[in-house]
Ligand binder design. Structure first.
Ligand code: EAX
Length: 326
């Protein structure tokens, strides 16, 4: 009897121990992801969804902590952090990426895309995948293209209807050569600036204007410092979800697979939020006192079109034609 009890105790003991040892061996990996937008923006909500999916798919072995509002740096700094391996992941607009891989420039041409569907079919297709892969030699893995959306011009000076109304307008742009050139050709006065400095610059009138999609304009409270919003839709901002290659290589294949799947699933969730906000928030902005103006997009596209000639050699005519939404 005693012998039998001792045997049962041993089996149970070993099981408990092995579970305990097993748990100790199955250590938890915690990854940090940063972005520059507000905690109410779809970047944040999408990343919280991503974090939950990764936890589920890895059985709790991988945790993801999300940091909003430039807590981990501005977009260029976070991209550099991925290269150094000092930051694990980030979601940024494509614009600053052209400083790391010039292949991204094609996405920054004014009016290269006309609709979200058209943009998605290109960035999610072979062209987008190939451009994302150019980052690998820079130490960065691209998982999926999330979305910032179609960008519109806002300002504190006057209603903008025609491109000529923007003459002399001191407008903040992202750190991107094509964005700056596109405003220079309509005689505006572009200043590149990190997103984290923008609200103060608008408040202090260091710049008159900025350009961002409606969800950014709303969730960053730009309606408090910008009276006019013109729905130009001049640039489309895709937002690649990026991982440090140095960090990625340390992850077991099954965790890499889980993270990749979660990034794609959360992408669709995030894009749906952008579409919903694009549709619903304009009326709210009007009720907050913003003058929202529709414009003739063809007129703006024509006025900005000289940048195509200026950058055709660098980007390649065939690439432009391949990407351009027909
Ligand atoms: O990716 O800087 C900007 O205006 C962007 O919209 C922001 O970086 C989000």
């Amino acid at each position: 009897m005693l012998k039998r009890a001792a045997m049962i105790f041993t089996v149970v003991g070993v099981t408990v121990l092995s579970v305990a040892v097993g748990n100790t061996l199955a250590k938890t990996t915690t990854l940090k992801v940063g972005h520059v937008l507000a905690p109410t923006h779809p970047y944040q909500l999408g990343l919280e969804k991503f974090s939950q999916l990764v936890d589920e798919k890895t059985g709790g072995a991988v945790k993801v902590d999300v940091f909003h509002s430039s807590q981990l740096g501005n977009e260029r700094e976070m991209i550099e952090g991925l290269q150094l391996g000092t930051l694990d992941m980030t979601v940024v607009s494509t614009a600053p990426l052209s400083g790391f891989s010039s292949q991204f420039l094609v996405f920054d041409l004014p009016y290269i895309f006309k609709t979200p569907k058209g943009a998605h079919s290109t960035v999610d297709g072979p062209v987008g995948e190939e451009i994302l892969k150019t980052l690998e030699k820079k130490g960065i893995i691209g998982l999926a293209y999330w979305e910032n959306g179609f960008r519109h011009v806002s300002n504190s000076r006057q209603e903008l209807k025609q491109p000529s109304d923007a003459q002399g307008l001191k407008i903040r742009t992202m750190e991107n050569k094509i964005h700056m050139a596109s405003f220079k050709v309509i005689d505006a006065d572009p200043t590149p600036m990190a997103f984290g400095e923008l609200f103060t610059a608008l408040q202090q009138k260091t710049v008159d204007a900025q350009e961002n999609p409606v969800p950014v304009f709303y969730t960053s409270n730009f309606f408090e410092v910008q009276e006019y919003l013109s729905l130009t839709g001049h640039f489309y901002a895709a937002s690649p979800f990026l991982v440090s290659k140095a960090v990625w290589k340390k992850l077991p294949a099954e965790h890499q697979q889980a993270i990749r799947e979660a990034a794609e699933q959360a992408r669709d969730f995030e894009r749906d939020l952008i579409a919903k906000m694009d549709k619903e928030l304009v009326a709210d902005l009007v009720s907050k006192g913003v003058t929202v103006s529709e414009v003739d997009k063809n007129e703006w596209a024509e006025a900005m079109s000289p940048v195509y000639k200026e950058y055709e050699k660098k980007i390649g005519k065939e690439t432009i034609e391949e990407v351009r939404e027909k």
